[in-house]
Design a protein around this ligand. Structure first.
Ligand code: NAD
Length: 293
């Protein structure tokens, strides 16, 4: 199938590798040249802007860093809607807000283009191995049309409801993930400072009700020497902010506290580090480094 892919960063590049390996024809757009060059070497065609990438394709996929870049890629001056064929499907893997999603879906529908919001969970490793969880909002028939290609990327396709329901689910997921990240960092750093062994804490917490996938993830990220930046603090901050805006009519004191914690990390210049590195704030406060090595 002829597919366009807009935004080939940490997540998009891994998804694009899989689509190429599965034999699809890929035209890509990303303003960051090294990311484009890497994919060109693997067989993708580079386009000068989103509309050029989308021309003549049946599926247009994107993985972008913000609502503004998503809007621009679809309905901007050189957005995909200028050149896309009627009947094509636009699938957005970025994490953005439900209201923007619904507005863009409406503009797609006016041009007889179908739209699915499909934010993802599973990180860079899930994208590379085709084990992403897709949280999809939109029409079941459209999902079924795209399913053979989506199955190259995902081992779990969840139809969350109508347009925007995927994003609502994803924002809720990420707020909970951020709360858990900070909760684990606070308790574990203070416990280690008080004399506990980090390895023992991991083993015992994992076996008990304090266990979580985030706890199992920390030994591969925060607790390593190199601390790979899989999902940036800046992106998690974006997701928490979008989520709290979405839920602004409700009281969410924990969410607000965690937003402030991520704000503090960004003010300290940690925005490009992994989202789990928000806990470097605790490390600094009590003067220790959480590492299993
Ligand atoms: P990233 O910053 O690594 O990649 C984003 C890419 O988009 C970059 O290559 C950038 O050059 C490109 N870009 C920026 N503006 C653009 C534009 N106007 N048109 C085309 N491309 C543009 O980010 P990422 O970590 O790959 O995340 C992408 C999306 O996926 C975000 O919405 C993020 O919240 C979400 N997400 C990320 C992860 C993760 O683990 N990294 C997990 C789940 C969801």
């Amino acid at each position: 199938m002829k597919i366009a892919f807009i935004g080939v960063g940490r997540m998009g590049s891994r998804m694009a590798y899989r689509l190429l390996e599965a034999g699809h024809e890929l035209s890509i757009y990303d303003p960051y040249t090294p990311a484009v060059d890497d994919l060109k070497k693997r067989g993708a065609t580079a386009a000068g802007n989103p509309q050029e990438a989308a021309e003549g394709t049946e599926l247009i996929m994107m993985s972008l860093p913000s609502p503004a870049t998503f809007i621009d890629a679809v309905v901007g001056e050189t957005g995909v809607l200028n050149k896309v064929s009627p009947g094509a499907i636009v699938i957005d893997f970025s994490t953005v807000d439900p209201a923007t999603t619904k507005e863009i879906a409406t503009q797609c529908a006016r041009k007889n283009v179908y739209f699915l919001d499909s934010p993802v969970s599973g990180g860079v490793a899930g994208a590379a191995s085709g084990n992403l969880v897709l949280m999809i909002g939109g029409c079941k028939e459209v999902i079924d049309r795209a399913r053979p290609v989506l199955e190259v990327l995902s081992s779990r396709i969840v139809h969350c409801g109508e347009t925007g329901a995927g994003q609502l689910t994803k924002l809720s997921h990420n707020l909970l993930t951020a709360i858990n990240t900070v909760a684990l960092g606070e308790v574990m750093s203070v416990s280690v400072k008080a004399g506990a062994d980090l390895k023992v804490l991991c083993e015992v917490f994992s076996a008990g009700l304090a266990g979580s996938k985030m706890l199992d993830y920390l030994p591969k990220t925060l607790f390593t020497e190199e601390r790979p930046a899989n999902f940036a603090i800046d992106l998690m901050h974006k997701d928490i902010s979008l989520c709290l805006k979405e839920f602004s009519n409700y009281s969410m004191p924990l969410g607000q506290l965690v937003l402030q914690t991520y704000n503090a990390a960004r003010l300290k210049g940690l925005g490009g580090k992994d989202s789990t590195s928000v806990n470097e704030l605790y490390e600094e406060l009590i003067n220790l480094r959480l590492t299993l090595n």
